[in-house]
Write a protein that binds this ligand. Sequence first.
Ligand code: RP5
Length: 162
Amino acid sequence: MKRNKLNNKVAIILGSNNDLKHAKPCIEILKLLKIKHEVSIVSAHRTPKRMYKFAETAEQKGFGVICAFAGMSAHLAGMVSSITTLPVLGVPVESKKLKGLDSLLSMVMMPKGVPIGCLAIDGGFNAGLLAASIIGNYDEKVKSNLNKWRRHQTQSVKKKPR
Ligand code: RP5
């Protein structure tokens, strides 16, 4: 697919409106690092045609990374990755009955050939940081913001507990 601009936007897709609260930490760090992002609800099983269209057009819309939040039988990240070669970061959402173990196993055990990067259960903050690392490879401003954030984190760790 022909790229006509720098793909420096992050797409955050949610399997359900109920996943929004789990994606908040991801949105927070992307905002802090000044990374362009768009959030939308894209369900693999409830809106399969929307999911297909989203994945098929994500690259030409300028996205460089997709962060997919889903819970339970969480096939969203894998399905989207089967349609695009953009990096897809799956965030397993904590579910009520199995506490997110169902979501985690649905994502992390992708069969050979169609990979996703799987974060921890409710690992949205790290998904945002990882998205920044990927985009920082070709966007100097993002790289510099990420390095600054890392330095600040290191400096904020006290030597003595209180
Ligand atoms: C998935 O099923 C969503 O990602 C959500 O985490 C889970 C439950 O969805 P709701 O019934 O809460 O909309 O599709």
